[in-house]
Write a protein that binds this ligand. Structure first.
Ligand code: ADP
Ligand code: MG
Length: 700
């Protein structure tokens, strides 16, 4: 038995801070625990009895205190740590600490939380909270929260970093018949966090779906690793709040300014197989469909409806989704024709027409579900006189029993739907008002299947010259600069990223000599830690013949000094002119996320990156499949693939560059941001012609 399983299946629970004072947390706890299968012990130093049962002054005073499995603590913060210490002393293993007044409450509270963690470590306790709403585990009737009422039992487990979210959804879910297995309010996560519960529920046969409300994930890497393991079997649906907090204004690179925390979350969720919900409604729509429906084996959806208009609307939504409209087989169409009025066409969306009764809808559903080309069905009905919704719900429920395919209902109406909705719920068929919800829910099933089908791929190993790269980065420390440019091109070479020939020179004569070393015309660019966009200040000259390199050197220095009189000019970089046929400028970059570590970006380079933000992100380490997805995901991807008769670019080389740069930023935590812009991609390969990176010199 894992430690946490014990938390959810206690036989003896102590409530410290038990009271019968009306409106108090202690009282709410006791009344919510009334349905608990095991024994509840009340503890409070200032009472002798609470709600008719004996009350002990402290945990120590409870007979056989060591047999208490769980202490639920709701006492003032000033005494909370002492209570937890006592729990440890008497041999209680699990604590749920509801009390506020810890890290969320200033320096004094933060100090208290540090003491709490010490106590927990000393006694090897598991602790939920502090500052949380509590835990629920329906199989044993445990409701150790101060919610109003207890949700129905079910197979969804919910974790939340917001207690208020739990309070709200428990009430709502109860009304909609959505049942839970375990519910945890994480509070300040002083000890246990989302990773612990994800791992626990991943192994829990009674949890079919995990729902998560997240504000921040502290252990980003562990989260990705744990969630990746879990989602291979158990679907995880998460909603992230704080999506818009920018925090990227200060970034020096394109990648840094586009990355932002939410991009990191989206990338991490995707890589870990976590399905992201954007609204609270989606959290529960996805949760419910995943908990109740069999796996979606194929994406072809049948729509059975008594309303032509809504049927077409739903077909549109299916068409716009990742799913497709099923086409019915010839046999099935013949049977449908026999069933339906003469003028009706047996095609999808299947309009059984306005005079249909429940039996006709159900028989049509039966026929389409039997079609092997159909993966799932939406029963979409509007209230009409011949159609008894309650009878329809019963009939649909029966048909569903005979087919291992997802069926969702969309009964569009108001009061007339209520009873039928209840019946559908009992039969585990999700019902929605809006067809968009029905389609999105089926998409969630498809997304979950995709997650379960993909095998984990470890990042590729590359032969790289780490020492040479380290030496390049040390230059930055020696020169006391944070921003590096072309003078660090060797970094790319050391990691096997193709770069054109080039040399940094510090006077016109050297520029001309360097240009003569290079075949054909050259490109010359200013090198300065104070210039981040070289062409904006006249710092780039392309197509320079060797004989003009000296004069061009002087011109570049002059132009840059005009624009930026105080810029320190290290010199000029003389570079081979990459003249590739049918080339596309792309950008590959990296930024560092405080929770998830390096975040890789791919996009169209040059000016497009900022204007269209046509970019894709993954957290490092990026596997080959993930790198390929990054390239395929951007809207402009067809440009690389050879759209409109263009020869296709060497996408493999782009994919490899992304992986090599992932390795580079993993190997050097001192690199805080990095842009290769552009990485010129052509049919002949790739070439990194520009580089900009910022380093944290303290980490070198
Ligand atoms: P910056 O981004 O600081 O303005 P770049 O080095 O990226 O400077 O140069 C600006 C543009 O010049 C690039 O986007 C690319 O179009 C072109 N360019 C730069 N170097 C080369 C090169 N070696 N070969 C071909 N084109 C180049
Ligand atoms: Mg550039």
């Amino acid at each position: 038995m894992s430690d946490l399983e014990g938390l959810f299946t206690p036989s003896r629970v102590a409530v410290v801070g038990a009271t019968d004072r009306e409106g108090s947390v202690g009282r709410a706890l006791l009344s919510n625990l009334a349905a608990f299968e095991g024994e509840v012990v009340a503890v409070n130093p200032s009472r002798e009895s609470v709600m008719g049962t004996r009350c002990y002054p402290e945990l120590r005073a409870v007979p056989d205190a060591a047999s208490i499995d769980l202490a639920v603590v709701a006492v003032p913060a000033t005494v909370a740590v002492d209570v937890v210490r006592q729990a440890g002393e008497v041999g209680i293993e699990h604590v749920v600490l509801l009390s506020a007044g810890f890290r969320e409450a200033g320096e004094e509270g933060a100090q208290r939380e540090r003491e709490l963690v010490e106590v927990v470590e000393r006694y090897d306790l598991t602790l939920v909270g502090p500052n949380c709403f509590g835990v629920i585990s329906t199989p044993v009737g445990l409701n150790a929260t101060f919610s109003q009422g207890t949700p129905p039992a079910g197979s969804i487990s919910l974790l939340s970093q917001s207690g208020a979210f739990i309070a709200a959804v428990l009430d709502w879910a109860g009304q909609h018949g959505i049942g839970f297995k375990d519910v945890v309010s994480l509070g300040n996560e002083a000890v246990l966090d989302e990773c612990d519960f994800l791992a626990e529920w991943g192994d829990d046969p009674e949890t079919d779906v995990v729902l998560a409300y997240l504000e921040d994930v502290e252990r980003g890497r562990e989260f990705v690793e744990t969630a990746r393991e879990v989602t291979g079997e158990t679907p995880v649906v998460a909603i992230k709040s704080g999506r818009t907090s920018a925090g990227a204004e200060a970034a020096a690179s394109h990648t840094g300014s586009l990355a932002g925390q939410y991009r990191a979350y989206q990338a991490a969720f995707g890589q870990a197989g976590v399905l992201e919900a954007r609204t609270v409604q989606e959290v529960f729509d996805y949760g419910q469909v995943l908990a109740t429906q069999p796996a979606l084996e194929r994406d072809d959806v049948a729509i059975v409806t008594n309303g032509g208009g809504p049927g077409v609307l739903t077909a549109d939504l299916v068409g716009e989704s990742d799913l497709g409209l099923a086409s019915f087989g010839e046999d099935v169409r013949a049977e449908l024709r026999a069933l339906l009025p003469a003028a009706v066409e047996a095609r999808n969306p299947l309009d059984v027409v306005g005079d249909a009764d429940a039996e006709r809808v159900a028989r049509a559903l039966e026929l389409v579900l039997a079609d092997e080309g159909v993966g799932a069905a939406v029963v979409l009905c509007v209230p009409t006189a011949p159609l008894d919704f309650a009878a329809l719900a019963e009939a649909v429920g029966e048909v569903r029993e005979r087919h291992a395919k997802p069926v969702v209902a969309c009964l569009m109406g108001g009061a007339r739907v209520e009873r039928a909705a209840e019946l559908l719920q009992e039969r585990e068929i999700p019902n929605y008002f809006d067809p968009a919800q029905a389609v999105a829910s089926l998409e969630a099933l498809a997304a979950h299947r995709a997650v379960t089908e993909r095998a984990y791929e470890s990042p590729r190993a590359f032969d790289v010259d780490r020492d040479r790269a380290a030496a390049v980065l040390r230059q930055a420390a020696d020169r006391e600069v944070d921003l590096l440019g072309l003078e660090a091109m060797e970094l790319l070479d050391a990691y096997g990223v193709p770069t054109p020939a080039g040399e940094l020179v510090a006077d016109p004569e050297a520029a001309e000599a360097a240009a003569r070393e290079i075949d054909g015309e050259v490109v010359m660019k200013v090198v300065s830690p104070d210039v981040s966009h070289k062409s904006d200040v006249g710092g780039v000259a392309t197509g320079v013949p060797a004989g003009e390199a000296g004069a061009t050197y002087e011109r570049i220095v002059e132009r840059v000094t005009d624009h930026e009189p105080d810029a320190e000019i290290v010199g000029v970089y003389v570079q081979e002119f990459v003249r590739a046929e049918a080339s596309t400028e792309t950008i590959v970059g990296a930024a560092r996320d405080p929770q998830f570590g390096p975040l890789l970006m791919f996009g169209l380079g040059g000016i497009f990156v900022q204007i269209f933000e046509d970019t894709s992100f993954r957290v490092a380490p990026v596997s080959e499949r993930e790198a390929r997805e990054m390239v395929g995901e951007i809207r402009a991807s067809p440009l690389l693939g050879g759209a409109r008769g263009r020869p296709p670019a060497d996408v493999d080389a782009v994919v490899e560059t992304i992986q090599r740069l992932s390795r580079l930023v993993e190997d050097f935590p001192a690199i805080t941001e990095l842009d290769v812009n552009p990485l010129i991609a052509s049919p002949a390969g790739v070439s990194a012609v520009d580089l900009r990176l910022t380093v944290d010199r303290d980490r070198l």
